[in-house]
Design a protein around this ligand. Structure first.
Ligand code: LMR
Ligand code: SF4
Length: 516
């Protein structure tokens, strides 16, 4: 097994940087179904471009490289202890090389271990089988979409859908509701894995297992096949759209599995995965540890932007077409400039912005900021950063889910004079009110487009709070050409509130029984 560690390293790099062929095809199908001259069309064009960039740069598709989860099948007698050591070593090396973000955080102290090792991380499951080869599958599922997983206990009462009973139709309602409740926050358009039955733990495990199925496979169980097709067709009628911008494409894949349950329990567990659906697998020759086969079609075979130049032109056109306006904002930004912006405007940011997420927002509530934030732009982002003799470099830097900062954001805006917040998925009424009172905007960047945004960062001007760990530190970044869409303005308008309301109304269309 000399080569096993190297093989695991290759598996991690491939999974993090090169989206597999079946997933790419699903994204392309979504793009074809969406009107290019809309906000969702623009988002999909950015996503496809980002997928290409990640492959070319061999850098993370999304900065959140998730919870590395390895599922290993071994022949009887294989040394699992050695394999575990090799997997952990490969994880450490991939983290050092910027292919994985340091993502293992002490739940009590908040300390980041820095190398992705820690109690419970990475996740490694072993199972024996009677074949000669070793099989390793890896999924890198990010935190934002993980937060959108949901588990239902039937019978239950569902918002908009009424009673969901212990039958196929009750399951149908749960799945439709699961897609609705995720809105754009798990970086739709997404893929869902559903586990029917089991207990609370094995139900979620089964849901995650479904994510290892090929996007284009056909469920051998006739009832489940019908349900998968129904959900895929109908979830797209909810109008949530890519990034929750509204539109035709909300779901790209639906896979459902069933297992036995206890008489008293009936769980439907849903694992929501973003479009950055990173999973791969390899077959390993057990003596040498070398890779003999990849389990999913390589992304390399499925080009995302056959006519990149034309696409880019179309993207720019779409950006302006969606609102008719494209506005350059140079930091620091004045209140007057902000007040002139409306939902739908595309802004291009130039100057300095500052990253800040969970740890920083909590801190700023009762401390001073290390720099002057008057007129500043805060970016909800936990980047992948590497340091060499020339200083820090940004390897991946897309937005994180903003709603987590809802309890703090309004107060912090006012306290420090911040004029713009960039993130994804939108924020709630408290922030909307503060935007109006103080004169600020919420800008939605395209979730997962970590290479696309990293390219806009010209220089790392500095960093504060390194003690929070790389993703949570406050990075001061010099940007140019950083495009984002105004989705909440200073006049009380919120695209997110509108899409939420519209999709809630549409959800009610699915109230009547379908599977009797
Ligand atoms: O942690 C991140 O950078 C992003 C996260 O996956 C999210 O979707 O919010
Ligand atoms: S930021 Fe979006 S694309 Fe990245 S892991 Fe989170 S949910 Fe997925």
């Amino acid at each position: 097994m000399r080569q096993f560690e190297e093989s695991m390293y290759q598996l991690i790099v491939e999974t993090s940087t090169n989206l597999p062929g079946d997933v790419r095809r699903a994204v392309l199908r979504g793009k074809a179904a969406e009107d290019a001259a809309t906000r969702a069309g623009l988002a999909l064009a950015t996503i496809t471009q980002n997928i290409e960039m990640a492959e070319q740069e061999v850098s993370p598709i999304c900065q959140d490289t998730g919870m590395p989860t390895f599922i290993v099948h071994t022949p009887v007698g294989a040394n699992q202890i050695e394999m575990k050591k090799a997997i952990r070593a490969a994880v450490v090396r991939a983290t050092k090389d910027g292919k994985l973000r340091p993502n293992s955080v002490d739940s009590l102290t908040g300390a980041n271990s820095g190398d992705n090792l820690g109690p419970g991380t990475p996740v490694i499951h072993f199972e024996q089988w009677e074949k000669d080869a070793v099989e390793v599958r890896l999924i890198l599922k990010g935190g934002g979409c993980e937060n959108k997983n949901i588990q239902y206990s039937l019978p239950t009462e569902l918002e908009g859908l009424g009673k969901a009973g212990r039958d196929l139709d009750g399951i149908r309602k749960c799945i439709m509701h699961a897609v609705y409740q995720a809105q754009g926050q798990g970086c739709s358009a997404g893929f869902i894995g559903v586990g029917i039955g089991g207990d609370r733990t094995t139900g979620y495990e089964l849901a995650k297992q479904q994510l290892f199925r090929n996007v284009d496979d056909v469920n051998p169980n006739e009832d489940l096949r019908k349900l998968e097709e129904y959900v895929l067709d109908n979830a797209n009628k909810l109008g949530i759209g890519t990034m929750g911008f509204g539109g035709e494409v909300t779901l790209l894949g639906c896979k459902i599995g069933a297992m036995n349950r206890l008489p008293a329990s009936f769980f439907v567990s849903v694992a929501y995965n973003c479009w950055a659906f990173r999973r791969q697998g390899v077959l390993i020759q057990p003596d040498s540890g070398e890779i003999t086969d990849w389990l999913y079609e390589s992304g390399h075979e499925v080009g995302m932007n056959p006519e990149t130049e034309k696409e880019l032109a179309a993207t720019d056109a779409a950006g302006t077409a969606s609102s008719g306006r494209e506005i350059v904002l140079q930091t620091p930004i004045s209140e007057e400039q902000i007040r002139s912006l409306k939902v739908g405007d595309v802004v291009i940011i130039r100057g300095e912005m500052h990253t800040g997420r969970d740890a920083l927002h909590k801190y700023l509530m009762d401390h001073d900021a290390p720099i002057d934030l008057n007129g500043a732009v805060i970016y909800h982002c936990g980047p992948v950063m590497l340091k060499d003799e020339d200083g820090w470099h940004v390897k991946a830097a897309g937005p994180t889910t903003s709603i987590r900062e809802e309890p703090y954001q309004g107060d912090i805006l006012k306290k420090f004079g911040i004029r713009a917040v960039i993130g994804k998925g939108g924020m709630g009424p408290k922030t909307l009110q503060a935007l109006q009172e103080h004169g600020a905007v919420y800008l939605n960047a395209i979730g997962g487009a970590a290479q696309y945004y990293a390219k806009c960062i010209r220089k790392v001007n500095g960093v504060d709070f390194m003690e929070f760990g790389i993703p949570e530190a406050m990075w001061h970044l010099e940007v140019d050409g950083f495009a984002a869409i105004v989705t909440m303005d200073s006049h009380g308008n919120s695209l997110h509130a509108d899409v939420n309301k519209d999709s809630a109304a549409k959800l009610e269309m699915f109230k009547e029984p379908v599977f009797l």
